[in-house]
Design a protein around this ligand. Structure first.
Ligand code: ACO
Length: 338
């Protein structure tokens, strides 16, 4: 550890929360719309159902419930939060949704902004927020990972529509002068490979006056080359985790939990096998929610904290990966309320 690092403050995860929509869509229901089957979806992905936001609840409400749960577990008053980072690719307003969540939860002293890194968003946001805690400029922050990909899925494309769901998860994080539970992290981006997973603007232009024109502000649906994304995940996730473990001289046998982005059960199983991590240490709730993008990691974390699988001081290896392309890994310890 360098002298500079020694002077930094530590980071503790002291609360978690999550929220998912009431509306459930099963594989059998999807098979009423596209040519698929429960058997195909379960065996190729591990997904049985997904939760989709309907008319009864908004994206901001879902984020706010997750955030409020996290700060309640932490025992914080909302006005003591200094920063809210909302990791999302699907804000309900292109100018950002974080400030709406800030207002909805009464965090009137917090600055709030969105951060977009697709399914890696939560990890990128956690690491970003941690820097404010480490350098002492803030004491309490709320990191939310949430997505409403259902709005951007082509529900007639069986190759992608079976994968995604909506959800939100949150963690309350505070600085500490004697402990550090963000043991290490690595983040990566590679835009040159980004074409295999996009949610891009449509290429429609209209005239303004004379020869001048502008690009209409519409987005296409999610376009995905599933096999390329799969190959990317099973190559890069083990590589970055391996690098991180070696850097911190941690053997995979001393991990308490493996908590990967919940995209496909086969990806999770492949990574667990590579590190010889037994099934009992692999966290997965993909079957019930599908891929909720930036929400998967905090959603799973919150579930396992609340059902007491994850205990204080448990060592968790986590990794997010997705569009961008973007990927990352972190070694964290759960702390829980102080
Ligand atoms: N039901 C039935 N058949 C299907 C379905 C479906 N829902 N989808 C595809 N098929 C068919 C294909 O048409 C193909 O048929 P063909 O051989 O007659 O052409 C056959 O099944 C095999 O298709 P593959 O694409 O080879 O199937 P694969 O085993 O690769 O599984 C999957 C597809 C599940 C999409 C997999 O590639 C995957 O999980 N990839 C990763 C995707 C992912 O995680 N994306 C999100 C990343 S996170 C983010 O940032 C948003």
């Amino acid at each position: 550890m360098t002298e500079k690092q020694k002077n930094q403050l530590g980071v503790l995860l002291v609360g978690s929360g999550s929220a998912t929509p009431m509306q459930k869509i099963t594989n059998d229901q999807l098979a009423l719309r596209v040519d698929t089957s429960d058997e195909w979806i379960r065996t190729r992905t591990g997904i049985s159902e997904r939760k989709i936001l309907g008319k009864d609840q908004s994206f901001v409400e879902m984020c706010s419930i997750a955030g409020l749960q996290a700060i309640s577990m932490a025992g914080w008053k909302p006005e003591t939060i200094e920063l809210i980072i909302l990791a999302t690719s699907t804000p309900d307003d292109l100018f950002g949704s974080a400030a709406k969540v800030q207002s909805a939860i009464g965090a009137k002293n917090a600055v709030a902004f969105d951060l977009t890194a697709a399914c890696s968003g939560f990890l990128f946001a956690l690491v970003t927020g941690a820097q404010y805690l480490r350098n002492g400029s803030m004491k309490r922050i709320l990191v939310i990972g949430a997505d409403q990909l259902s709005s951007w899925v082509d529900w007639d494309d069986r190759k992608s529509c079976v994968l995604f769901g909506d959800g939100a998860g949150a963690v309350a994080v505070e600085s500490s002068d004697n402990k550090d539970h963000l043991i290490g992290f690595k983040l990566r981006s590679d835009g040159s490979r980004g074409d295999c997973l996009t949610l891009g603007k449509t290429k429609e232009f209209q005239s303004i006056v004379q020869q001048n024109n502008f690009q209409i502000g519409n987005f296409d649906s999610i376009q995905m080359n599933g096999q390329e994304v799969y190959k990317f995940a099973v190559r890069e996730v083990p590589a970055i985790l391996d690098e991180l473990l070696k850097m911190h001289h941690i053997d995979s046998s001393s991990l308490d939990w493996l908590l990967l982005h919940q995209a496909n059960k086969r990806i999770i199983d492949a990574v667990a096998t590579r590190f010889k991590i037994p099934k009992s240490k692999v966290l997965s709730n993909l079957a019930f929610y599908g891929n909720t993008s930036a929400a998967t990691i905090p959603l799973m974390l919150d579930e396992a904290v609340r059902d007491k699988r994850i205990k204080s001081n448990d060592l968790i290896a986590t990794s997010g990966f997705g569009a961008g392309l973007s990927w990352g890994a972190a070694l964290i310890k759960w702390h829980g309320p102080i």
